[in-house]
Design a protein around this ligand. Structure first.
Ligand SMILES: *Cc1c(COP(=O)(O)O)cnc(C)c1O
Length: 398
C-alpha cells in the first residue's frame, strides 16, 4: 500500500497498475470441480441430455425447497423465462417497468409487442417508486413488472395494492434476488410469479439458465407447456409454445452450485462488510445498504457517488480501470435512453428524474469468491486516495 502515497503513484500518471491481473465485476461463483464432475458422470450414464431430464427435475425440486415456493419451471435463460411468464399471464398493451434495470426486462415485453412504460425509482432503494407507477397507468395498462434490484426487494405491498386497485397483473423480475427475502418471506412467493436468472454472473448460476417460480398451479402448468413447444405427450401439441428448456449440463452446474451456496453467501457478505468498513467516511462515496432484518445475497457492491464528490463517477471508474480494477457502471444510461425506446419514447426522460440521476452515480465493484480481503483493502485504498480532496486534482487528472 506504500504505492498510494503520492499522486504520481497512480497508474493513470504512469506508474504500473495496482493489480497485475485484471479484477472483473461479475466473475462467476463456481462450485468445486469434483462435485460438478460427479453430476456430469451421471449424465453420461443416463445418456439424457435435455428435454426435462432427471437433473432438471432434481434442480427444480431443490429450488422449490430452497425458496419455499410451490413450483419452479427451469428455463434456458432468464430472458426467455421472462418472455414466457409475460405471455402466460396474458399481458398486452402497456406494462409498467423501471427503466433502471438490465435491458432484458424491457426487451422481454417489447419483443412480444407490449409497450414497456417506464416508471421512476426511489433514490435510496433504486426500486420502483409506487407514486410514479400510479402516474403511469393508462387504460391500456395490463400489468406491472417490478425488479428487485441488487437483490433488495421492491415495495411489494404497495405495488400489490396498486395492482389490486386497477385490476392489473403483478409479476417480478427477480434475476438479482435468489435467496433474498421480503418481510422475512423468500422472494419467489410474490405477485403472480417471479423470474430468476441463473446467468454466469448471477449469485447462483447454471452457466446460462433461469426459472419462473410461482405458487399458482395452472400458471406453472401453462409455462411447462410453453417451454416445450406446447407438447403434451409425444405427438400432441395443445398449446402455443417455444423452446425454453434447460439442458442437463446446466442443471448439473446448478445442483453442484447449490451444494456450496451457503459458502458463497458467506463470502459475499464478508466482502460487503469489508468494503463497508474500508469505504467509511470518504467524501461523496456511499456504499448502498443491505440493512435491516431481510436476507440478501450481497452479489452487488454498489457505490453511489454523490453530488458532493470532488470527482465525477466516470473519472473514478477510469482511474480504477487504469489500476486494473474493472469497476463498471450498471444499467447506464437507463433503458429509456437505449434503442429502440430512445426513439419510440423520446419524452420518457421527463418522467424519470431519479433514474437519470442514479444512472449517472453508480459504480459496481468486484466481489464474489474470486476476490479476497487484501484485494478489497487495496481497491478501497485506491478509492480513498482518488477521492480524498487533500490530494490536489490537477495532479491526478491528466
Ligand atoms: C441478468 C438479468 C436478466 C436476464 O437474465 P439472462 O439469464 O441473462 O437472460 C434480466 N433481468 C435482470 C434484472 C438481470 O440482471
Amino acid at each position: 500500500m506504500k504505492r498510494f502515497e503520492k499522486p504520481e503513484d497512480l497508474a493513470i500518471n504512469g506508474a504500473p497498475p495496482a493489480f497485475e491481473k485484471v479484477l472483473h465485476v461479475g466473475r462467476p461463483n463456481i462450485a468445486d470441480r469434483a462435485m460438478f464432475d460427479n453430476y456430469v458422470d451421471r449424465i453420461w450414464e443416463s445418456g439424457w441430455l435435455t428435454n426435462n431430464g432427471p437433473m432438471v427435475q432434481e434442480l427444480e425440486e431443490k429450488i422449490t425447497e430452497y425458496l419455499g415456493v410451490k413450483h419452479c419451471v427451469a428455463m434456458c435463460n432468464g430472458t426467455i423465462a421472462l418472455e414466457i411468464a409475460i405471455r402466460a399471464l396474458g399481458l398486452e398493451g402497456e406494462v409498467i417497468v423501471p427503466s433502471f434495470t438490465f435491458i432484458a426486462t424491457a426487451h422481454a415485453l417489447s419483443w412480444q409487442g407490449i409497450q414497456p412504460v417506464f416508471a421512476d425509482i426511489d433514490p435510496v432503494t433504486h426500486n420502483l417508486d409506487p407514486d410514479s407507477v400510479r402516474a403511469a397507468i393508462t387504460t391500456n395498462t395490463t400489468g406491472i413488472l417490478g425488479v428487485h434490484l441488487w437483490g433488495r426487494p421492491s415495495p411489494i405491498a404497495d405495488l400489490q395494492a396498486i395492482a389490486d386497485e386497477y385490476g392489473l397483473k403483478l409479476m417480478f423480475d427477480a434475476a438479482h434476488a435468489f435467496g433474498c427475502t421480503y418481510k422475512g418471506v423468500s422472494i419467489g412467493n410474490f405477485g403472480e410469479c417471479e423470474v430468476l436468472s441463473f446467468h454466469a454472473t448471477k449469485f447462483f448460476n447454471t452457466f446460462e439458465g433461469g426459472a419462473v417460480v410461482t405458487n399458482d398451479d395452472s400458471l406453472a402448468e401453462q409455462m411447462r407447456l410453453m417451454r416445450n413447444f406446447g407438447f403434451s405427450g409425444l405427438d400432441n401439441v395443445i398449446y402455443h409454445g417455444t423452446n425454453g428448456k434447460m439442458t442437463e449440463v446446466s442443471a448439473a452446474m446448478g445442483l453442484s452450485n447449490l451444494l456450496v451456496i451457503d459458502a458463497v453467501l458467506k463470502k459475499n457478505k464478508e466482502n460487503y462488510l469489508a468494503y463497508k468498513a474500508h469505504l467509511e467516511n470518504i467524501e461523496g462515496i456511499k456504499l448502498i445498504q443491505y440493512s435491516g432484518t431481510e436476507h440478501f445475497n450481497y452479489q452487488y457492491i454498489v457505490v453511489d457517488v454523490g453530488v458532493d464528490s470532488p470527482l465525477t463517477r466516470d473519472k473514478i471508474i477510469s482511474m480504477l480501470n487504469a489500476e486494473n480494477v474493472l469497476a463498471r457502471k450498471y444499467f447506464w444510461p437507463g433503458c429509456h435512453n437505449m434503442a429502440p425506446y430512445r426513439d419510440l419514447q423520446p419524452h420518457a426522460s421527463l418522467r424519470l428524474p431519479v433514474t437519470n440521476s442514479v444512472a449517472e452515480r453508480i459504480i459496481i465493484l468486484p466481489t464474489g469468491v474470486n476476490i479476497g480481503d487484501d484485494e478489497i483493502s487495496v481497491i478501497s485504498a485506491l478509492i480513498r486516495f482518488i477521492c480524498d480532496d487533500s490530494v490536489t486534482l490537477e495532479n491526478i487528472i491528466r
